[in-house]
Design a protein around this ligand. Structure first.
Ligand code: TRH
Length: 402
């Protein structure tokens, strides 16, 4: 047998994505979405290594947290435990999400391949190693996106920064998302069916429906008190989770004792306790509401793709750094708005995040003044900001170029 005959012949591309769940659902939410898209749109073999399957199962209910390995939506999902439960073979591309530290076995396998390639260039090169960073609209991102960092062992790691401009890594949005949303929003039957599925059977078409997926803030309680006194009926759809911590004074029992499907009525406000759903149903919920209150990174983007007005509760960071990131996004989002709309929308978002409850309530009322402009802007924004190049397509190109 010749030396060449021993070499593995690869027919498909294998990418491994490593995700460490820090807290909440954002780390797994982003990596799961990307994994699904790369599988479906680029036919890449993806293995998603996740260190916390229990958290993952909240946004992927069919996932069985007791299994070390399983497949959903074409993606191989492996429990990432230390040491890795299998002998690791280097993939073609290795993505560490949000600077999670890769397992030693992975780094060693990449390094071994790097050394083997140096000896014999017909052996495949070391995998393309990327660190997928958090999303930010700050201007420095353009300068850092795609930079390589030379590691002590001779490997190169690239920093891949998502972002809102052409010189960044782009934004996660599947190719059919906006078309699917348009179909959904053009026929009220879809909304009715979803609401029925979620047990929301007393919502009239003229009622205002607001989805709420935030962290704790006194601004939310203040808004609920405002909504109670509204002239029309308002429905706040709230999954069991952190938002409710701010609303304890409005609830009939401890949060743990609330039942999914339970409704709490105060004046013209009905609070509906929702289950956590899979990502697709959550998208459909965002498409169906009049306003969405979202948070973090992934629901923040999905609210933009929903084409509806939204309030962003940004993930809090040390020294209030998140307020810098919030301002950077507001600069971008409000760039083409009239001064009045820009002022009201910025002020509402800042007040919500800084727990300036009365200002948030005042600016919420002011939304009425700018409603047509904000609705149009919310529709136009996704097309403008995606600029025909979502994150997955830019990522695939980036890997080809490396
Ligand atoms: O859960 P989050 O607060 O995640 C955060 C942020 O990503 C933050 O940037 C990060 O640093 C921190 O985690 C560790 O918010 P986010 O990003 O919106 O993620 C929520 C995910 O949950 C998202 O993928 C949407 C999904 N989801 C569902 O699939 N079903 C649901 O019912 C709901 C409410 C959410």
């Amino acid at each position: 047998m010749t030396h060449c005959a021993l070499k593995p012949v690869k027919t498909t591309t294998q990418w491994d994505i490593f995700c460490c769940v820090v807290d909440n659902y954002g780390d797994i939410g982003v990596t799961w979405r990307l994994a699904k898209q790369l599988t479906k749109e680029y036919q890449i073999n993806i293995t998603l290594w996740v260190d916390d399957l229990n958290s993952f199962s909240h946004i992927l209910p069919p996932l069985d947290p007791s299994l070390n390995s399983q497949k959903h939506d074409g993606v191989r999902i492996n429990l990432w435990s230390e040491p890795l439960p299998v002998n690791y073979n280097a993939a073609d591309v290795v993505i560490e999400a949000f600077a999670c530290n890769l397992p030693n076995a992975v780094v060693q396998a990449m390094h071994a391949q790097h050394e083997a390639h140096k000896q014999d260039t017909s052996v495949p090169k070391a995998p393309v190693w990327l660190n997928l960073e958090y999303l930010s609209a700050e201007s420095w991102v353009e300068g850092c996106h795609g930079l390589p960092s030379m590691q002590n062992n001779g490997l190169k790691k690239y920093f891949y920064f998502p972002g809102f401009t052409g010189n960044t890594g782009g934004l996660i949005c599947e190719k059919d998302t906006l078309d699917q949303r348009n179909v959904w929003q053009s026929n009220l039957d879809f909304r009715h069916q979803l609401f029925n599925k979620l047990g929301l059977n007393n919502i009239d078409d003229n009622d205002t429906v607001i989805s709420v997926f935030s962290y704790e803030t006194s601004a939310l309680l203040r808004l609920c008190k405002l909504w109670m006194q509204s002239d029309n009926r308002i429905h706040a759809l709230i999954p069991k989770g952190r938002s409710l911590n701010s609303l304890q004074s409005l609830l009939p029992c401890a949060i743990n004792d609330l039942k999914v499907g339970q409704q709490v009525v105060h004046g013209n406000l009905t609070i509906h306790i929702l289950p956590m759903t899979d990502q697709q149903s959550y998208d459909q919920l965002l498409w169906s509401c009049d306003v969405n209150i979202v948070r973090g990174e992934d629901s923040f983007l999905r609210a933009q793709w929903a084409g509806k007005p939204f309030v962003w509760h940004i993930y809090p960071q040390e020294d209030d750094y998140h307020l810098v990131k919030l301002a950077a996004f507001m600069d971008s989002y409000c760039d083409n708005l009239s001064p009045q709309a820009s002022n009201i929308y910025r002020s509402l978002n800042i007040a919500f995040n800084k727990e300036q409850a009365d200002t948030a309530a005042q600016e919420w009322q002011n939304l009425d003044l700018i409603q047509p402009e904000m609705s149009l802007h919310a529709q136009q924004w996704p097309i403008y900001i995606l600029n025909d190049a979502d994150l997955a397509s830019r990522l695939v190109q980036f890997v080809k170029n490396s």
